[in-house]
Design a protein around this ligand. Structure first.
Ligand SMILES: CC(C)(COP(=O)(O)OP(=O)(O)OC[C@H]1O[C@@H](n2cnc3c(N)ncnc32)[C@H](O)[C@@H]1OP(=O)(O)O)[C@@H](O)C(=O)NCCC(=O)NCCS
Length: 144
């Protein structure tokens, strides 16, 4: 399958429907974004919503890259990586990540971070194959 990855710059029904299909394949506890929420994401300067399409233009995956300046550097995070079950194992996840890394570099980021639960075996293999290295740190979350 030939896959193309592009940054979403506008929100249409196709994009909303794609997230309604994709988000349950990523998270059972978070609902898919509404059209307004996708609009906010696409308008945000810091966030880059990447969308992978197959030969027919159908949306088969997505990744969000966030680039931000902090006192020590410009840094980036990758979040919400998901590929439709029907398109997995064909390099879509790799293509999304490679485009995110290119974009992060183009925006001057020095590092790109992400987290992935150990139970996500395909994801952890993919990240390490691309060149992400495990980092010794504690990951904390404060629920608001
Ligand atoms: C992780 C994920 C994005 C990878 O997407 P992908 O398009 O399958 O990625 P790739 O094809 O580039 O590589 C994935 C790896 O998993 C293997 N794989 C995953 N699903 C597969 C399937 N259904 N059939 C065959 N191989 C599969 C691939 O062969 C490849 O293995 P390798 O790294 O040993 O070569 C996708 O499995 C997914 O959406 N999972 C559910 C959500 C998730 O875990 N997201 C990551 C959050 S951190």
């Amino acid at each position: 399958m030939a896959v193309s990855v592009q940054e979403a710059t506008a929100v249409d029904d196709d994009l909303v429907d794609a997230f309604t299909r994709l988000i349950p394949q990523l998270s059972r506890s978070n609902p898919p974004p509404s059209k307004d929420e996708l609009d906010e994401l696409v308008r945000s300067e810091a966030s880059h919503l990447l969308v992978a399409r197959d030969d027919n233009g159908g949306i088969v995956g997505s990744l969000t890259l966030v680039v931000f300046r902090i006192p020590t550097a410009v840094r980036a995070w990758i979040e919400d990586v998901v590929v439709d079950e029907s398109a997995r194992g064909q390099g879509v996840g790799e293509a999304l990540n490679r485009e995110a890394l290119r974009l992060a570099g183009a925006h001057g980021a020095r590092t790109v971070d992400l987290t992935s639960r150990p139970s996500r075996e395909a994801a952890n293999r993919l990240y390490q194959r691309i060149g992400f290295e495990p980092r010794e740190t504690n990951v904390y979350r404060f629920e608001l």
